[in-house]
Design a protein around this ligand. Structure first.
Ligand code: ASP
Length: 322
């Protein structure tokens, strides 16, 4: 019997996870060799940690939570520690999570000083009657539920601070520094398929450098930056959020799979390389379907990404041609 014929819940059912750490434009050689190694190692550790959860019989929800928490804890990516700064010089964080079996979802927007926004999004899903909480209300909910807070210094990185100075120098409302090769959408995300055949997706971000106070991107918006439905697929996105919101990227990919019978790769390609490109939106997605197919699709020169497929093959990549 081949892998695809093994049913969910049976021994040998496909276990799959994919993660991203953002999409964007970067030249080879832009990083030091050491930094590139560290980035790849961080991606590999996160994807393997998520996969270990699946192998131990854990749920896809636990697997994506684990992987995203590790990426949030890394200073390399624009999520929690190492998040970008808004125009006021603050880190305002967005995150969301969704479970494909129940279609339950949780999200937080514009929260400050939360060590792991993805854990807060998950608590909103499991411990509140709501899907999304924002700002002060979300922070009070976090306090009431014992989430860990950190002071501003925990989130600070010199690299992100310098990005803000460049954006300020460019003037106006510039959030998108198309002139600078180091502009990456370094949001993090994960999608997974567990032994029960359940899908889940999670996304966490600091948003975009120099964003206005109170700006919310696609990452915490269910259907834009994150979506999971066992009948189609699980998707986590990264890119220029305003476009991803308007194109309802994550839901559109799932809807194409569900209603048109498109395979995952074709649906992702249509949305990322056609729909978004026509609108002028840069970025990418990771996705997995109930059969264990993976899509890592981006319209930028590169995307930080990693996956473990149903055969256990581990893949880690940054540039477009790997
Ligand atoms: N999508 C995120 C946002 O617009 C940015 C990113 O992917 O890095 O907030």
């Amino acid at each position: 019997m081949n892998q695809a014929e093994i049913q969910a819940g049976e021994p040998g059912a496909p276990l799959v996870i994919a993660i991203h750490g953002g999409a964007g434009t970067i030249e080879k050689g832009e990083f030091s060799e050491q930094k590139e190694l560290d980035l790849r190692r961080t991606l590999e550790q996160a994807v393997l940690a998520g996969h270990a959860v699946l192998k131990e019989g854990g749920s896809s929800l636990d697997a994506v939570t684990r992987a995203v928490t590790l990426l949030e804890d890394s200073p390399f990516f624009n999520a929690a520690k190492g998040a970008v700064f808004n125009a006021e010089g603050k880190n305002e964080l967005d995150a969301s999570i969704m479970e494909g079996a129940s279609l339950e979802a949780g999200a937080v927007a514009a929260v400050k000083n939360i060590r792991n926004p993805i854990l807060l999004a998950r608590r909103v899903m499991t411990d509140s009657a709501h899907v999304m909480l924002m700002g002060d209300g979300a922070e009070r909910f976090a306090r009431d539920h014992g989430l860990q807070f950190e002071d501003d210094g925990y989130f600070f990185t010199e690299y992100r601070w310098q990005q803000l100075q460049k954006a300020r120098a460019a003037g106006g409302d510039t959030t998108w520094l198309s002139e600078t090769p180091d502009q990456w959408f370094s949001t993090v995300g994960a999608v997974a398929l567990d032994a029960q055949g359940n899908l889940a997706a999670a996304t966490s971000t600091g948003g975009m450098t120099n964003k206005r106070w109170g700006r919310v991107g696609d990452s915490p918006i269910i259907g834009a930056g994150t979506y999971a439905d066992n009948r189609s697929c699980a998707v986590s996105a990264t890119g220029h959020g305003e476009y991803f919101i308007r194109a309802t990227v994550a839901r559109d990919i799932c809807a194409r799979v569900q209603y048109t019978g498109a395979d995952l790769a074709a649906a992702a390609d249509q949305v990322v390389n056609r729909q978004l490109v026509e609108m002028g939106g840069s970025g990418g997605i990771i996705a997995v379907d109930p059969a264990g197919n993976i899509a890592l699709t981006f319209n930028t020169p590169g995307m930080y990404r990693a996956s473990v497929d149903s055969l256990g093959n581990v893949y880690v990549a940054i540039y477009g041609d790997e």
